[in-house]
Structures are given as C-alpha cells and as structure tokens.
Design a protein. Sequence first.
Length: 411
Amino acid sequence: MVRGPIRRWKGYGKPQRAELYFRWSLYLMAWFMLPLNLLAIASSMRNTGATAATQVALVLPLASVLVTLRAYRTSLDHYLGRPSTHRRWLIVNTVLTVAGSWAVLLLGPSSDGVSSHPGPPFTAVVAATLVSATAGPAGVGLRLRWAFLAGAALPLALAPAMLLAGISPAVTTGWLVGAAIGTLILIGSCRSFAWVTAIVWELDAAREAQSRLAVAEERLRFSRDLHDVMGRNLTTIALKSELAVQLARRGRPEAAEQMAEVQKIAQDSQREVRDVIRGYRTADLHAEAIGARAVLRSADIACEIDLGENADRLPLAVQSVLGWVIREATTNVLRHSEAAHCLIRLRREDGRAVLELENDGVPEVPIPSQGAGTGLRGLRERLAAHDGELTVPTAVPGTFRVLAAVPLRTP
C-alpha cells in the first residue's frame, strides 16, 4: 500500500520533519535557477543564428541545476555524519556550472535590445546567479573557511567569458562583486540550515540518552540498596554457618544456637529485601501526577490533571498502582507521540477507581489495542494483581486514550 505524502509526513518524527523541511529549503535554492536557464535557452532557440551545437551547449546550465540538487543532498548527508560522495558531486557541479555559465555568456544571443532580445546584461545575470547557486552545496559540504574562499573566488571564473562576450570591464567588475556578495550570503544561509538540522538530531539523541540514563540510574539505586541490605547479612550468615559447622564437628551444643541465629538473620534479610522491593515498586499517586506534569511541561506539552477531591481517601494499594499507570503513560507520551496536550483524570465509577489518560499528537500508524508493548503489558500485570484492568478504547484520529480501572476493595 502506497501512502500519500500527507500520511507519510504525519508518520515522521520531529527530527525527520525538521530535516525534510530544511532539505527541501536547500533544494528550492537550486530550483530557483531553473526559470532563468529555461528563459536563456528559449531566447537562444529563437535566435536565427543559433546552430545545433550552440543549442546543445546551452543545455549545460539546465543540467547543472540537476547536479546541484544532487550536490545539496550528498553535502547535507556528509554534514550530518552519513556516508556520502559529496566531494565528487561538488567537483562535477562546479565544473558543469562554470561550463554552463561560459556557454550562456559566449553562445547566447547578443543584442542591444534587452526587452525584445536579451543581450549581454541578461546573460550576465544568468551566469552570475548560476555560479552563486553552485556555492550553496560547497557551504554545506566543506569546512566553513574553505567554503567562503571558494565562494569569493568562484565568480572570478566568469571574468574572461564576460569580457569575451563584449561586456565592458566596469560592468564585469560590478557583476562579479555582486555575485561574490550573493555567494557569501548563500553559503551562510545554507550552512545555517545544515547546522540547525544537525542540532535537531543532537537534541533528539540527547533526549534518548537522558531516558536511558534515568533507567540506568534507577537500576543502580536498586542494586546499591540491595547490596547494602544483603551484603552485611550474607557475610554474617556465612561466618555463623562456618562456626556452626566447626562446633558440630566437635559435638558442641552451641552449634544449634548458631544455626538458630542464622535462621533468624535469614528471615530478617527476607523482610528487608521485601521492604526494598516494596519501596522500589511503590508509586505515590499525587507525586507521580505532579512529576508527570513537570516532565511534560519541560517538553512543551500542556498537562491537565483532575484527581478529584477524594483521591487521598483511596486505598494505598490503589493509589500505588494508579501512580505506576501515570508514570508509564507519561513515558509513552514522551517516546511515542508528538503531543501538545495531555489529560489525566481520576473518577469513581461502580465501586472502582478509573484513571483516564489521553494525549494528542499520535502519528497515523497502527497502534496495538491489546498492548503488545512491554509497558502496557507490565501495567496490565500490576493491575491484575489488584483485580483491575487496563483498556485502550478507540479514540479520535491523532489521539491515544487509555483507561485503568481498579476496584476500591482490592484483594
């Protein structure tokens, strides 16, 4: 099934959209030369003295536009750190553009009347603009200082052709100075587009890295707490077990007392491990809601929270499991959507606490309604332990809605 351009655009993420926008902004700079080149070729075709060789030569500027598009693409890929053959295309683009500019100047029609038959000033406009447009890919694919040097020197390649075409030295100097200034401005603009595109991808990578670091930090905290609880107790168990073995070999009655202490320490360790895990797995409803709003606002997502007046009176187990639902839903909003608004609402319905979460900005791609992802599956398991359920009802296009229902009397 072939998707239309609008569906493909909605399926892209923010970095992909930004790159597509800036990439086509660069392409339009090359397409801007197409009308001028077509006008120059049409003027030459109407010239009765134009030979077939002249007409073929004047097609070079048109070909240079197509090569410039390729040079823009490969240069931007190189700037973003992707494999490309940008140097080869920059060289081909430069040679073809200079040759096309010379063809426009030397083989184009020459007449003093600008309105009826374009003369040398018109060909100078076409040639100078063509050369200036060629420097755009160089501004993206080369180092900035080399790009500016090339942009300042490239118009000089037109000087001999303009003089041979009969353009006066004063006019030639003026056109070359204007072309050099335009070239430098174009290089700065193209470089800015490439720089912003790279910044967007870096911010997206930093966002992903921040999420991974948060998970790693939480794992480290859990392992540290577990080590602090179990390290000392396991060491004590090992020492007392060794002592009990020695006493038992000697037939001493104190061995039973040592093993009784080992049993007591093991039971205490089990209780402490449960406390650590309970503290790790417990989520406060209000704290999670406030944290979700802060995180979403930092991502420029408006978050509306309505927990009602009796949220504090809910059983602690219900508050904990609903807090986990808010935490996981917030993560899904940040990772899998481009939301601008999010809603978190809690209500009581038929002896159950129902938590509703809804966000917009969902791409037009199939969303599994049965929770194929590990996040929704994990929430279903947590809710099932409290006789609750998680449903993903059908929502309007572009939005995602999830309902978590937990009985107020949990088992």
